[in-house]
Design a binder for this molecule. Structure first.
Ligand code: ZN
Length: 130
């Protein structure tokens, strides 16, 4: 299997962030999830006046992939105004479908485009399972 093209994946996450609907926080986030099927599933955060209905970019991308029939993943890129790891809820949702070796690139939308990579297992070592 070909190596992950992190630059291309980050570019898709940045493009998704540009489509985020974040009028309340103004914290735009995009996610690009590379499926084992070779397709990239993107998501952006979508906020709502009823704050509890807001959805993170990472879960938006994950649920998009599942809805398209993909349940196995190779890599995730997240683009946000600063280097930002997934929130706890997204880590748990990712752990449902991704093993601890899923590599996550956290990319800043700011000048310089700082990027940090980590494994899901390091970000979230003890997911809930029933
Ligand atoms: Zn989240």
């Amino acid at each position: 299997m070909a190596a992950v093209d992190w630059e291309a994946l980050a570019a898709q996450a940045r493009a998704a962030a540009a489509r985020a609907y974040a009028p309340y926080s103004r914290f735009t986030v995009g996610a690009a999830l590379l499926g084992e099927d070779g397709r990239v599933y993107v998501g952006c955060n979508v906020e709502n006046a009823s704050y509890g209905l807001c959805l993170c970019a990472e879960r938006n991308a994950l649920f998009h992939a599942v809805a398209c029939g993909c349940r196995a993943f190779r890599a995730l890129a997240i683009a946000a105004p600063k280097v930002s790891p997934p929130c706890g809820a997204c880590r748990q949702a990712l752990a449902e479908f991704c093993g601890p070796t899923l590599e996550v690139a956290m990319v800043s939308l700011g000048p310089g485009g700082e990027s940090v990579r980590a494994f899901l297992g390091d970000l979230f070592p003890n997911p809930f399972a029933c």
